[in-house]
Design a protein around this ligand. Structure first.
Ligand code: DDQ
Ligand code: CA
Length: 255
């Protein structure tokens, strides 16, 4: 009797560690850093053909921009009307597609001229946006990722994002990186690596040592947000809202 009890205790004490160990944590190395506009309340970030494209939020301050990586200079920008809070941004063909936070409105801009080509509607909130080979993928603050047809912007499928079977919400900025979805968890220094088909989190990337002021100071909203990927050169870029730098990083296993 006593022995069984002791075994149960031992098992119970080992279980959380074993469950936790199922999702590995990764570290990062900074390869280079680049200047970033500290007025940019970054909501979306992507890389295309040598340039970064960024969307910024806050009502009355929302914009889409084309940014020179090396200097951080804004080469081209377009304001989003003040009734909208700009959110996730992705590229599809020769267009940029942008979401807005609580106004159920998406915008399609010409990639070169930033001219507004069309608008679309979606239910619920708009947070992050990215794309894979055939679909757009959006977050809305919940644990659900919705996949949209890039022509009709209608939902084609969805996955629930889980770690060890537990739903993980607050998924924000997104990027598809070599077939995996990377998602910033809002108000954290963590990026989740997500299997596109199952929604399972296959890893946590811990960026808590990247920018010590993240989420601190007069504006606690200056949290990590912004993931872009140069698939050709395999360069991963991350930043945050109002951060002074964009970092090129390499993901490494935790030692
Ligand atoms: N969202 O991007 C996570 C969807 C919303 C961010 C809302 C942040 C509000 C900040 C207001 C701060 C005013 C300086
Ligand atoms: Ca992105």
């Amino acid at each position: 009797m006593k022995k069984i009890y002791a075994q149960a205790l031992l098992l119970a004490s080992l279980l959380p560690a074993a469950v936790h160990a199922a999702v590995p944590t990764y570290d990062f190395k900074v390869v280079r850093s680049y200047p970033h506009d500290t007025q940019a309340f970054t909501e979306g970030l992507l890389y295309r053909d040598g340039f970064l494209y960024e969307s910024t939020g806050l009502n009355g301050k929302s914009s889409i921009r084309k940014v020179d990586l090396a200097s951080g200079k804004v080469l081209q920008s377009k304001d989003i009307p003040p009734q909208y809070f700009g959110e996730g941004l992705t590229v599809w063909g020769e267009t940029l597609v942008g979401l807005t936070w609580q106004t159920q409105t998406g915008f399609v801009f010409d990639l070169k001229t930033f001219e507004l080509k069309s608008q679309f509607a979606y239910p619920g909130e708009g947070w992050g946006l990215a794309h894979n080979d055939k679909e757009l993928v959006m977050s809305d603050g919940s644990a659900t990722l919705r996949f949209l047809d890039p022509k009709t912007f209608l939902e084609v499928r969805r996955v629930k994002v889980t770690a060890d079977g537990i739903a993980v919400n607050q998924l924000n900025e997104l990027e598809v990186v070599d077939g995996e979805i990377f998602a910033n968890i809002w108000h954290t220094n963590t990026i989740a690596r997500i299997d596109q088909n199952t929604g399972k989190i296959t890893g946590w990337i811990d960026f808590s040592k990247l920018y010590p002021d993240a989420g601190k100071g007069p504006n606690a909203e200056n949290v990590m947000n912004g993931i872009a990927y140069d698939a050709d050169k395999k360069r991963l870029f991350v930043t945050g809202k109002l951060w002074p730098k964009i970092y090129e990083v390499k993901i490494v296993p935790r030692k």
